[in-house]
Design a protein around this ligand. Structure first.
Ligand code: ACM
Ligand code: ZN
Length: 760
């Protein structure tokens, strides 16, 4: 029989004043992630010194969490018939589901598991003033709007990842991160513990992992694409002791967060090989990596490696109770395996076709070891190459294809495509953003992510367990930077994973997010705020070309200038689209009455001859990088230098492109400019050449342009001509081809990213 616990909240008398800032019932009922069903009623529950809580032993974690949240240090008081009651209700079918019924006299939480009740508590927490997050409490009664919530998650895997190899963070920060996950009803923390740049978990059998592999001599300064590379000259490193790991695992358990540790193999293992060179193919002494990328020093497939990895995994599974262990599997160049007699012997003795099958041998062997210990493996989608280990779960990061293939093979999948889940990408096209790896993943794109790929039927979709946001930390040396990159995108991701697809509404989410800022501030989380930025886009109509401005949140004004001056409260109020018939410099900002809120938006429109004309493509851009569509190539606006995923760039994966621009009448062309992205670390390669055809009724003139982008991140095309007449201009752009050996993504098709085509 459950033992009743009754808590009297007597602390209200003694504590500091802090009152709820708003009485708007609607605002006070905002919850992220959005519950499946939420019905607001008249009236309020008043929580004060006389309120009591009652929870059975089964709800020990959730009950105590609520008790502590409301009343830190309060005195226990026994009393029957508590006002806040937790009830074990077998009618609730989903073990993570709950119901929360708030009437004027009573709050009832029903669930079948502590985890479900815990999520009810997280919802109730968001219905209470954010000041409580600071650990204080009210002298005023807390007013909670009456309502009935029935709730359960859409997906059972709701995760966030954190790479502690490139940079590492304190135990206190890891706990803070786990706290945030729990608040947002995320149930998995994928802890990426080993990297080329550092080994971060204490392994007692192999002490050099901590003495040597945990420290690098120095770290790259600035962005990888800045040449020449410069280093800070500072030794960097550390690791989590087994005692610390135990403490963190126990902490997460109390918040219903499962930690999945990742031990990378066979690639991303240069740090381990620096400590134990005999684990590599060459036996050569290498250093712990000091810059980012993909490295050739991977584990050799000899017996000694398996002895090592099994010993490491024995210690790992003793620390982590999770069903799943992540074994990496990504980005393992096969160069050393090809030249290694041990690896070649293994290929022959096991009857393998090539090094890809050797990778499959490697992963399958580790899988069967972990299966024998009652654990399952997760691997990045490269584990599909050369055959899939029999029971593996695939984490699909290079787009959705890995997920589609795995689900069709009846393997479980977790979605983390770079296009929607890589929170190391830029989140704003504001040029003042802090340094990031590249790419562009704004909040809205995360929000609109659907983890179920269209290509899967209903049966196959069941293999999609869920998704997670990834935080790769090359450019995140501090806690504050991790928070900036994670928040608010994590809030969008939690809603992707919890709420139903047909309930999602971005503008409603934004309203709730704006309201949530206060809670993030109370939690001292360094979130990014791009809600008060201006968005603009060009529209072509029969009446001409116009520019439209928008902002996300309600009850704000946009003020703008077109004369190059900073927008102020005195500037024109934006109330209709701006007519564009020449080069225009638009500057705009969001105002709440006189107060300017966000950063100034600046857009230069280059009104060249192709703006507003007709454009055709032979293939659609990739769905993840379709920008503002084909017209974005001739809208007078260039994209960002380092954010190839912004709305001005179009991305194509492996396609040969043919772009046709038709003019109303013959024009005379004297110059053509365009740009290709060449971010090779992200598998983006400028083409080697393009052909431009100028077509009129009576002639076709063809120009071949050779491109040699080298290592530069952008390839600029800037061609001048003696006047060439054209009614139609065709651009033939062959894809770069297969990514060469020793490069990131070697063996895969290259991407082509093209920006504005400016014709004068
Ligand atoms: C990855 O981003 N290399 C999984
Ligand atoms: Zn080898």
């Amino acid at each position: 029989m459950p033992i009743k616990k009754i808590v009297g909240l007597t602390l209200f008398i003694q504590l500091l004043f802090c009152c709820q800032k708003t009485n708007d019932v609607r605002l006070n009922s905002y919850v992220i992630p959005l519950p499946q069903s939420q019905i607001l009623n008249e009236g309020q529950f008043k929580l004060d010194g006389s309120t009591t809580i009652n929870f059975p032993d089964e709800f020990n974690i959730s009950g105590n969490f609520l008790k502590n949240f409301i009343a830190k240090g309060s005195v226990l008081k026994n009393e029957d018939n508590a006002n806040i009651e937790f009830i074990l209700d077998p009618n609730i079918k989903n073990s993570e589901g709950y119901s929360l019924e708030i009437t004027a006299n009573k709050i009832k939480i029903k669930a079948t598991s502590d985890q479900g009740a815990f999520y009810a508590v997280q919802t109730l927490r968001q219905l209470m003033p954010s000041d409580l997050e600071k650990g204080g409490a009210n002298v005023e009664p807390i007013k909670i709007p009456c309502q009935i919530i029935e709730d359960y998650p859409r997906f059972k895997y709701r995760g966030m990842h954190l790479d502690v190899g490139r940079h590492m963070y304190s135990v206190a920060f890891i706990k803070k991160y786990i706290d945030a996950l729990a608040m947002l009803k995320m149930n998995t923390f994928h802890w990426h513990l080993t990297e080329d740049q550092g080994w971060r978990i204490e392994i007692k059998t192999y002490p050099k992992l901590n003495e040597i592999a945990a420290f690098r001599n120095e770290t790259l300064i600035g962005h990888y694409s800045d040449q020449p590379h410069q280093f800070d000259g500072q030794r960097y490193g550390g690791y989590y002791s087994q005692e610390e790991v135990k403490e963190i695992v126990a902490y997460a358990l109390k918040r219903h967060v499962t930690i999945i540790p990742e031990i990378e193999m066979p690639g991303h293992s240069q740090a381990a090989i620096s400590a134990y060179p005999e684990l590599g193919c060459t036996g050569r002494q290498v250093d712990v990596a000091t810059k980012w990328g993909v490295f050739e020093h991977i584990y050799c497939s000899k017996e000694q490696t398996f002895e090592f990895l099994e010993a490491v995994l024995d210690e790992v599974i003793a620390l982590f109770p999770s069903e799943y262990i992540h074994i990496g599997g990504d980005e393992a160049p096969k160069t050393n395996w090809k030249a290694c007699s041990e690896c070649q012997k293994r290929i022959r003795s096991e009857g393998l076709k090539d090094e890809h099958e050797l990778q499959n041998y490697f992963i399958s062997r580790i899988e069967s070891y972990l299966n024998s210990k009652g654990r399952q493996i997760i691997g990045w989608d490269e584990i599909l190459e050369g055959g899939l280990a029999p029971n593996a779960t695939v984490m699909s990061w290079r787009g959705m294809n890995g997920a589609i293939e795995a689900a069709k093979k009846k393997h479980q999948v977790i979605m983390t495509p770079t296009s929607h889940c890589y929170f190391d990408y830029y989140q704003s096209d504001n040029e003042n953003e802090p340094l990031a790896i590249g790419g562009f993943l704004p909040l809205e794109k995360v929000y609109h992510f659907n983890p179920i790929p269209e290509e899967l039927n209903q049966e196959e979709s069941k293999y999609v367990l869920g998704a997670q946001g990834n935080i790769w930390t090359e450019y995140m040396p501090t806690d504050a930077k991790v928070e900036y990159m994670a928040f608010p995108r994590i809030l969008a991701m939690c809603e992707v994973l919890w709420s139903n697809e047909d309930q999602k509404n971005y503008s409603h989410f934004v309203e709730r997010l704006e309201n949530f800022h206060e809670r993030l501030e109370a939690l001292n989380i360094n979130y990014a705020n791009h809600l008060y930025e201006v968005e603009g886009h060009l529209v072509s109509t029969q009446d001409g070309v116009f520019y439209k401005l928008e902002t996300l949140t309600k009850n704000k004004d946009i003020r703008f200038s077109t004369d190059g001056t900073e927008p102020t409260f005195e500037s024109s109020l934006y109330d209709e689209q701006i007519w564009i018939d020449s080069d225009t410099d638009i500057r705009a900002a969001v105002f709440k009455k006189e107060k300017k809120l966000g950063a100034t938006f600046e857009q230069n429109i280059n009104f060249h001859k192709a703006v507003g004309q007709k454009i055709k493509l032979n293939v659609e851009p990739h769905s993840a990088y379709s920008g503002s569509g084909k017209n974005g190539l001739i809208n007078g606006i260039v994209g960002s230098d380092n954010r190839y995923g912004d709305k001005e760039w179009l991305g194509f994966w492996g396609d040969d492109l043919r772009i046709t621009i038709d003019f109303e009448d013959d024009i005379e062309v004297t110059s053509i400019k365009t740009r290709f992205h060449n971010g090779q670390g992200q598998w983006i390669y400028a083409p080697k050449e393009i052909i431009i055809e100028f077509i009129t009724e009576d002639q076709v003139i063809s120009k071949l342009i050779k491109i040699n982008a080298g290592e530069s991140i952008i390839a600029n095309i800037n061609e001048e001509f003696e006047k060439i007449r054209a009614k139609t201009i065709i651009f033939k752009i062959p894809n770069f081809g297969i990514i060469p050996e020793k490069r990131q993504g070697a063996g895969n098709k290259a991407w082509t990213f093209i920006d504005e085509i400016s014709i004068n």
